[in-house]
Ligand binder design. Structure first.
Ligand SMILES: [Cu+2]
Length: 382
């Protein structure tokens, strides 16, 4: 009888094995598994995952074999009179101690890796990462480099007007650049709601919480472009704030930092420069003619019923803060888009122009806007 049972069991196990093993020959099966990532830690995490997976498989096989065997061997037909034993101390102690030992055996390697992951010592490079609805800001603390990374996927792809690109929703206008082989620490926080910075290839997934700084670190040895995303449901554009990290050789990194700093210095010169109203007006007129004239018209008179006049507009006369806000955010549901892609200087200039031209200076408070006002608007103090 036993012999027959084991023959049957081995048959079923073979079938099970064929079932599990066949799809594993094609890549789709592996695509379901966790990925290895590229760093030492991400590999350790992967190994842990596999180790625990196989422990679960073995336990599952044992438990189910005993269960199915019992169901088969103790049917009412074969055993009309059931046994009536209660309590079996040896068995009970065994089924308490064994799982306990298994848990310890899993906890030891897992804790070792966790301890490594939770190292928050300063890195060679320290980058503050701030989540915004719906973009990421990166500040390289040692190098005074700072920028926002926005989704760069074309809106037409999102609305299915053109075919979707290769990196659909996984591309940004500015990548985070880090050098190979250096310890990079990320200080992760948020400005508005909770976001989460997830870079699977580095095994980093860290909540970005307003008012808190969480840390994560990595050392990447393979140059390349790595993609991740925000993984905390953070509002309507949650799916539109991807993360892209470019890992480059040290020379290339140094050059990148140098260029970024030059840009920053240039911008700082422009934004801190003492702008006269006349200079702002001159620039502002050009910006206006390129960006606004089609709707608000040359004399700021607008088109009645469609585009409001800026000449004599309450906002242009008295409400400087609202004026900046409209340019930065646009007006929801109206043709007035956000112009936040213009530089601080261009924005300040065009706003000043609208507040001064067409008799607005005389009719209203005539307040001008300088580039610094725009910088302050963009970078709320945290
Ligand atoms: Cu988010």
């Amino acid at each position: 009888m036993f012999f027959k049972f084991f023959k049957n069991l081995s048959k079923s196990l073979t079938l099970l094995f064929i079932f599990v093993a066949t799809p594993s020959l094609n890549a789709d099966w592996f695509a379901l598994n966790m990925t290895r990532g590229t760093t030492e830690i991400s590999n350790e995490v992967f190994e842990l995952h596999m180790l625990i997976f196989w422990i679960c498989v073995v336990i599952g096989l044992l438990v189910f074999s005993v269960m199915f065997y019992s169901m088969w061997a103790h049917t009412k037909k074969k055993n009309p009179v059931p046994a009536t034993f209660h309590e079996n101390h040896k068995l009970e102690i065994a089924w308490t101690i064994i799982p306990f030992l298994i848990l310890i055996a899993m906890a030891v390697p897992a804790s070792k890796t966790l301890v490594k992951i939770y190292d928050d010592e300063a890195g060679d490079i320290n980058i503050q990462v701030t989540g915004y609805q719906w973009k990421w800001q990166y500040r390289y603390l040692e190098d005074d480099v700072s920028f926002f990374a926005n989704l760069s996927t074309d809106l037409d792809e999102i609305y299915n007007l053109v075919p979707k690109g290769e990196n659909y929703l996984q591309e940004v206008d500015e990548m985070v650049v880090i050098p190979v082989g250096k310890k990079v620490r990320f200080l992760i926080t948020a400005n508005d709601v909770i976001h989460s910075w997830w870079m699977p290839a580095f095994a980093i997934k860290q909540d970005a919480i307003p008012g808190f700084v969480n840390t994560a670190w990595t050392v990447v040895d393979n140059p390349g472009i790595y993609r991740g995303k925000c993984t905390e449901l953070c509002g309507k554009n949650h799916g539109f704030m991807p993360i892209v990290v470019k890992v480059v050789e040290q020379d290339e990194y140094d050059e990148w930092v140098f260029n970024k700093r030059q840009e920053a210095i240039k911008l700082a010169e422009l934004t801190t420069k003492d702008w006269s109203t006349a200079e702002l007006m001159e620039r502002g007129q050009t910006v206006y003619e390129v960006n606004c004239v089609a709707c608000h018209q040359t004399e700021g008179q607008g088109i009645s019923g469609i585009f409001p006049a800026l000449a004599g507009s309450e906002i242009a006369l008295y409400e400087k803060d609202r004026h900046i806000e409209i340019l930065m955010e646009g007006v929801q549901g109206a043709a007035m888009n956000s112009f936040d892609y213009l530089s601080e200087v261009e924005l300040a200039a065009v706003i000043t122009y609208s507040r001064q031209a067409w008799g607005n200076a005389e009719a209203g408070d005539g307040e001008i806007v300088i580039p610094k006002d725009i910088v302050d608007y963009k970078e709320p103090k945290i």
